[in-house]
Design a protein around this ligand. Sequence first.
Ligand code: BES
Ligand code: MN
Ligand code: ZN
Length: 499
Amino acid sequence: MQIEVVTGAIQNQAAQAIVVNLFEGVTLPGGATGAVDAALGGQIRDIIADGDFRGKLNEVAVLYPCGKIPARRVILVGLGKREKFGLDAIRQASASAAKHARDVGVTHLHTIVHGAGVGGVAPEQATAAVVEGTLLGLYRFHELKTQLEELRPDLTTLTLVEWDAARRPALEAGARVGQVVAESTLLARDLVNRPANIVTPSSMAQTAHQMAAEVGLHCQVLDKAALTALGMNAFLIVNRGGGEPAQLVILEHNVGRDDLPTIVVVGKGITFDSGGISLKPGENMHHMKGDMGGAAAVFGALRAAALLDLPLHVVGLTPLTENMPDAHATKPGDVVRSLKGLTIEILNTDAEGRLILADALTYAQHFAPQAIFDIATLTGGRVVALGDQAAAVMGDEQLIARLQAAGEATFERVWPLPLFEEYGEQLKSTVADVANIGGRAASSITAGYFLSKFVPDGVPWAHIDIAGLDLVEKDKPYIPKGATGFGVRLLVEVLRSWK
Ligand code: BES
Ligand code: MN
Ligand code: ZN
């Protein structure tokens, strides 16, 4: 989609549709909405007085000006209660207005920047939120459908209309950030939505190469032979069952820039998790095509880091493999020696994510990082504990504080769980240094605790468990049912606000 900023009055735009807004409870609109209302001879005031429109968040009404102003339609969107207003209301309202516009056949939409006026939000952030909400809300995944008659055409252009010329640079900057962040999120959504017969470790490596070439990232892929030579056996043992060869994708932004702080982001890349010999039940097993959601988020975050030219050396590490059962597959009770040197007893082959992450975390040492994050669809326990409102985070307190702040800003919220050393008791193995499962109690924590053993000594690290947040069953205003791209916006915000 093309996004442009123009200076002028919204009521003077010759547009297919213009979008204006209203807070809940307002009876006499001001600002841009007031100007449109005046030009329409009080039509907006009237529908409020008649009770047709109350300004509830995501409420939409369409008015037809019939020549009173050059626009063919006026889309009025509710911003909800003023006390609850913020960046997320802007994202939601923008998505609701844009989807309604598309539903009535609009392909070029003109909008004011919600929140930048009376809303009191900084114009740059408000603009980024409008663009994010619009692009994320309009997302559809239909590349595998052949029956598309019902589909309205995509929006081709979004024009942001600002009255005050002095604000134009802020709008342009915000629009750029919003577009980069949203489109990077959509890359992650596509990867998660595509089924596991299309998205394989090799296809992910291919995607990484292509994307890296487009945006100027350094990309290196380590194959099975290279991983074997390195001794990444905990990763490789997950790859034993099933036909697709394992791949470790290494993406780098500002490669070789020793003057910049290095941040490593590791993403779990299980392109399909059947459970292996510890086979999962059949119900909802298809959701496990999204078990590479962490890796997809890392791809998206690296793409954004490059396009936004962030002053950091960012390294993305994504171990990629299927987890499948066959005659060669790992058996419960098998013991493997990890890259770190610790031996692991694999009591359950379905606790595979922590195995591939363990070696990737240890490998991060190569980059002498200032901080390491990992993001992974790791445990069903995460879903039980926090549902679909927050990812679980564990590890370094300062990194968790950064994640919490970024989570509030992006509304990809996180909540901490403790890694008390006593939880380590649950991971004791009779034959090896550590077991890969710790029982039903506190399963998200014991998974995090397991990972902590493989983090390079002295490097601050935080783990983000996004299990169940990769794919959702219910539409939200700017997150349609299916892949969410969760983690891209969170990670980019952490990186953007580094220092
Ligand atoms: N990929 C799953 C976790 C998952 C569950 C992701 C639900 C998305 C939605 C992970 O590999 C897994 O199987 N975890 C097991 C570990 C258990 C066997 C110790 C779990 O949490 O149930
Ligand atoms: Mn599993
Ligand atoms: Zn898994």
